[in-house]
Ligand binder design. Structure first.
Ligand code: GLY
Length: 333
């Protein structure tokens, strides 16, 4: 190729790519979380962020908080699978692309902390099932009794009457108990299917964490997007980070959060990057998408954030030095 042609092609390519302006970080520290229950999660993370702590410690603290929340569809209080067993998925990722993950973990209170131990104490990224449990016990985690919470037990008994396996859209806005847990129980306790959070600390470093009991009444052994790096969570400290909530199978099909981060790399805002990922799901099978919910939530290196969902009803929580609020996501269908 002659030199003139090469220069012409190179400048055309550069013109097409809008790189984020990394010199203008405008919003740090910051933490964003899926759902309105993310408000309390953000508070737990903020204690670390506001005292100049690291984002990896902040996101773990946020996830630990929700895993301890009774009756939440995260942690041991979550809904069981169709065999009546609660199986937990979690992952964590830091600014250096270190990451750890557990899937199908039973009877452990804090899967997020086991995921962090996988990240820090093993050469691996993901441990599953009995192997994850064995690793947790070897690392000092206590085995809990495996009993369902009273709400999960009631919901499971009700589900057994019909054993219906269809996900309900935005069940989080309804009072009945379907395959996805409602946003709030009648006593006001927050209750969502997945908690994903992303934080940037005062040093400008990004981390993320996800924890969930997964899709309620799933087939025993089913793993969703949440513990899969690039599906339920992805962090690239040069560009941004993203997390997801909703029907994990559809997120996995498009490597959802990796896709969102790659759109941000191309210069899209967090909201537009999430929208383009949601469009991939909707365009693949619009009829199927009309029956499910998926929401993506993202932050870029400037501390700008945004979300997009298939359906109405996805909300997320944001905490910075200037705001502490719940945002409603835009949606496609
Ligand atoms: N997004 C949670 C799951 O599908 O398990």
């Amino acid at each position: 190729m002659d030199r003139k042609k090469f220069i012409a092609m190179s400048s055309l390519g550069l013109a097409a790519i809008k790189w984020p302006n990394k010199s203008s970080i405008i919003n740090k520290p910051i933490v964003i979380s899926t759902w309105d229950s993310g408000m309390a999660v953000n508070e737990a993370a903020w204690k670390i962020l506001s005292s100049n702590g690291k984002s990896i410690d902040a996101v773990e603290a946020g996830a630990i908080y929700i895993e301890d929340t009774i009756n939440c569809c995260v942690g041991l209080g979550g809904y069981p699978d169709r065999d009546g067993i609660v199986t937990l998925d979690a992952c964590i990722m830091d600014e250096k692309s270190n990451c750890g993950s557990v899937a199908g973990l039973e009877q452990i209170q804090h899967p997020i902390s086991v995921a962090r131990k996988v990240m820090e104490n093993t050469p691996h990224i993901m441990l599953v099932g009995n192997g994850a449990l064995q690793f947790a016990l070897e690392n000092g985690f206590k085995k809990e009794d495996g009993k369902l919470s009273s709400d999960a037990d009631n919901a499971y008994k009700k589900w057994l009457e019909k054993s219906d396996y269809q996900p309900e859209i935005n069940i989080e806005n309804k009072k009945n108990h379907g395959p996805f847990a409602p946003a709030f129980f009648d006593d006001g306790t927050p209750n969502h299917d997945t908690m994903g959070l992303v934080a940037m600390d005062v040093h400008g470093d990004l981390s993320g964490a996800v924890t969930t009991s997964g899709m309620a009444f799933k087939v025993h052994g089913r793993v969703g997007d949440s513990p899969i790096i690039g599906a339920g969570l992805f962090v690239d400290n040069e560009i941004g980070a993203a997390t997801s909530s909703g029907v994990g199978e559809e997120v996995i099909r498009i490597c959802g959060t990796h896709t969102v981060v790659e759109y941000m790399r191309q210069g899209y805002s967090p909201e537009m990057a999430c929208k383009k990922a949601v469009e991939r799901i909707v365009n693949r099978d619009t009829q199927k998408a009309s029956g499910i919910q998926v929401g993506f939530l993202a932050m870029n290196k400037k501390g700008e954030f945004g979300a997009y969902a298939i359906q109405k009803g996805f909300v997320y929580s944001v905490k910075t030095n200037n705001e502490n609020k719940i945002y409603t996501s835009k949606y496609i269908l």
